[in-house]
Ligand binder design. Structure first.
Ligand SMILES: [Fe+2]
Ligand SMILES: [Fe+2]
Length: 274
């Protein structure tokens, strides 16, 4: 039987395909209700699944190479709005990435699908909070250009769930754990306490998202008989090049399931076991 007979799957697929950002967020938030129903049918593993191309996204914002993004300070309303817009775009992409993790990969336990759909609901909430905040500054999602970096990595990992778990939640989302505290301070300094509060909610939720990535990365490493720390190093080095050197948010990363060996290696101190 096809997965298209599963109501939770078809609802999630419709969120994934939706091209309007606000309807995508609204529909994804509504997945929470279906997930709350007993026996919501998050077992997506054993039935025939349709082949997936790319999730829906609006024609605006225009996506550009991250190096081509204009740099603006937070001093002007436009600069402030551009900063909020950039995070709003990350959250929009995160809705698609979480739905994609749930819909694209076969053969995982039911909790895998449920957990990624719950992440998608959180991301839709983050997007909506930031889009509303952007509205208060007089701008909409789509008013500035945005970067395409997240999708480049999603495409690189669309045929390997282990690489997806390593590189999207455990590298890109985990980077958010490192940089968000300074962004919260910056917003406070510029008098945007409400924006800072939204980022604090996001930071808290993102620890859980990275932990979901860690859990399934470990599960898959074990299932394939691989050493998790070594596999992580190999994937990060092969797919993303040299390690980032910026400071790590060690406490948040520990809470999100990074081992001491991984943290040492990411900080540039640990043993390279590749
Ligand atoms: Fe988020
Ligand atoms: Fe997230």
């Amino acid at each position: 039987m096809s997965l298209l007979n599963n109501p939770l799957y078809t609802a999630a697929l419709s969120c994934w395909s939706e091209t309007d950002a606000h309807s995508k967020a609204k529909q994804t938030l509504a997945l929470d209700l279906i997930l709350g129903e007993p026996g919501a049918g998050s077992d997506f593993s054993r039935r025939l699944r349709p082949a997936l191309d790319d999730p829906g996204r609006p024609s605006m914002p225009t996506l550009v190479d991250p190096r081509k993004l204009p740099r603006r300070g937070l001093g002007s309303v436009e600069g402030h709005a551009a900063f909020i817009h950039a995070i709003c775009h990350i959250e929009f992409s995160a809705i698609n990435l979480a739905l994609d993790a749930a819909l694209r990969f076969a053969g995982m336990p039911a909790e895998y699908y449920r957990e990624w759909l719950e992440v998608a609901v959180d991301e839709a909430r983050h997007f909506s909070l930031l889009a509303a905040h952007l509205g208060k500054l007089g701008y909409n999602y789509g008013d500035f250009v945005a970067h395409n970096g997240l999708w480049a990595v999603a495409n690189q990992t669309s045929d390997d769930i282990l690489a997806r778990m390593a590189l999207i939640p455990r590298v890109l989302e985990a980077r958010g754990l490192d940089v968000t505290p300074a962004m919260i301070d910056r917003l406070h300094q510029h008098g945007d306490d409400e924006g800072a509060e939204i980022l604090a909610i996001i930071l808290d939720d993102e620890i859980r998202h990275v932990a979901v990535g860690s859990r399934w990365f470990l599960y898959l490493s074990r299932a394939r008989g691989l050493d998790a720390a070594q596999t992580f190093q190999q994937l990060v080095s092969r797919e993303l090049g040299p390690r980032a050197t910026a400071a790590l948010n060690i406490d948040a990363r520990r809470a999100a399931g990074f081992s001491e060996a991984e943290l040492d290696w990411l900080s540039g101190n640990g043993e390279d076991t590749r």
